[in-house]
Design a protein around this ligand. Structure first.
Ligand code: AMP
Ligand code: GLY
Length: 426
């Protein structure tokens, strides 16, 4: 069996490792991959949003399954491109259809879907230049802070939390009248700010049934104590101690099940991961956002905790027979600590040599590569987020201390990481 995995981050390295461990012994290709995925299979220089190139590769190599890591190819419709083509329709594509990927690709689509299906989320309204003045009145009517969201994909930057009405109106004007996020902010969603603690919940679905994966919490701020700028994620923990059985039952009945039945009843084709960005307000879950893929760095703790053969799961998703499968998970705590480039999430240099990786064979530790590349046999930095060091432990604190200890043996100029991931749980 031949599998093509699209993407190049820590998420893809974690998925690549898991796929490479399958009893199906798949031949794995990763496009474009990184220095770490190259240890699990063959990296292929290819842009995952260039569908014609993907098609050519799949035909040339006789690929049986395509697993899509990031959102962009999904939102652009890679699922439909592959499955609508008679020459490619035998290939299993793990991901949602273009229409279903709108759950991530359009905030307005996601909010309307939640409203139709009775899924708890913040109160909101949609605005564009056509109803610009009404937006100003809506902003005035809300208490602060006020949340403004560009409708479309904006490379993770399209959400503004305005602390005052004046700031909200200024952002509103910049988004709608001055195209702050280009095409993505032609339409925007304005919503109420919810106060609570966030967590990420994941399911794998075939569009009818679903399997619940371990939940996770990610740490988005660059600095310790959750200070400083927002990033793609500086670390993650799983399980999440406050996501106890009572809370998860509410998540299941109020959020996951209405979402999956909404997908089914509305005829959305969905064969992949659903990421629920949740917030716990008092003791109740609300949906902040949907993503149509796994999270990064959450994948680096969720997938190592998964005991099932991931290819078995993907084959069941493709065949629409998830209902009989039982998820098995490692009960231990898993944490990941992300090593980033100096200056991230602002300007940073690339191409710096990473040393100390060869000694990393500790039991219960995975050094996942995120932004790395290989040149003349040397591993170099190639992005803001460089490595995600995942460890298991009997507690979150113990697992984090192992990750931090391992990172102490790795070096590149300006290596930066948070030592306090999971701090509120120790
Ligand atoms: P992003 O990951 O860029 O979509 O950022 C979204 C982040 O904005 C979430 O992780 C929340 O921290 C925050 N956020 C979004 N919507 C709300 C809301 N209605 N109330 C409170 N925080 C929100
Ligand atoms: N960790 C958040 C995300 O992947 O969007």
């Amino acid at each position: 069996m031949k599998v093509l995995l699209l993407g190049s981050g820590g998420r893809e390295h974690a998925l690549a490792l898991k796929i490479s461990q399958s009893a199906h012994h798949p031949e794995l290709f990763i496009a474009p991959g990184n220095a770490g995925t190259g240890l699990c299979g063959t990296n292929v220089e290819m842009d995952p949003t260039n569908f014609w190139e993907v098609k050519k590769f799949c035909l040339e190599k006789r690929v049986d399954m395509v697993v899509v890591g990031p959102e962009e190819p999904l939102v652009r419709g890679i699922y439909d491109f592959m499955t609508d083509d008679p020459g490619l329709s035998h290939i299993a594509v793990i991901g949602p259809s273009r229409m279903a990927a709108q759950l991530e690709g359009s905030k307005a689509f996601a909010k309307e879907f939640m409203l139709r299906n009775g899924i708890p989320t913040a109160g909101y309204r949609e605005f564009s230049l056509a109803n610009y003045e009404e937006g100003l009145s809506y902003i005035r009517s809300l208490p602060t802070p006020i949340v403004l969201k560009a409708d479309g994909l904006a490379a993770g930057k399209g959400v503004i939390i305005a602390q005052s009405h004046v700031e909200a109106m200024a952002e509103y004007e910049m988004m709608l009248q001055r195209s702050k996020f280009g095409e993505a902010s032609r339409k925007i969603v304005i919503e109420e700010f919810l106060t609570g603690t966030e967590l990420s919940v994941f399911v794998l679905t075939d569009g009818k049934d679903y399997l619940l994966l371990p939940e996770a919490k990610d740490y988005k701020r660059v600095g310790e104590g959750d200070k400083g700028l927002n990033t793609g994620g500086m670390g993650a923990v799983s399980p999440v101690p406050f996501a106890d059985a009572t809370f998860m039952e509410k998540v299941r009945t109020r959020v996951i099940e209405p979402t999956i039945s909404g997908i089914r009843d509305e005829g959305l084709v969905y064969k992949g991961f659903v990421f629920f960005g949740l917030i716990k307000v008092n003791d109740d879950p609300f949906v902040i956002e949907y993503n149509c893929r796994m999270g990064d760095p959450e994948t680096e703790v969720v997938i190592p905790r998964l005991k099932n053969d991931i290819i078995d799961l993907f084959l069941a998703v493709d065949a629409g027979r998830l209902s009989g499968i039982v998820m098995e998970t490692d009960p231990r705590a898993a944490t990941t600590v992300m090593a980033v480039s100096q200056g991230y999430p602002g300007h940073y240099d690339k191409g710096l040599q990473i040393d100390g990786l060869e000694e990393m064979n500790e039991e219960g530790v995975h050094v996942f590569h995120a932004g790395t590349m290989i040149q003349n046999g040397k591993v170099l930095t190639n992005g803001g987020r460089v490595l995600a060091v995942t460890s298991f432990g009997s507690s979150i604190a113990q697992a984090v201390s192992t990750s931090v200890k391992v990172l102490g043996k790795i070096y590149y100029p300006g290596i930066t990481y948070r030592k306090d991931i999971g701090y509120e749980f120790s």
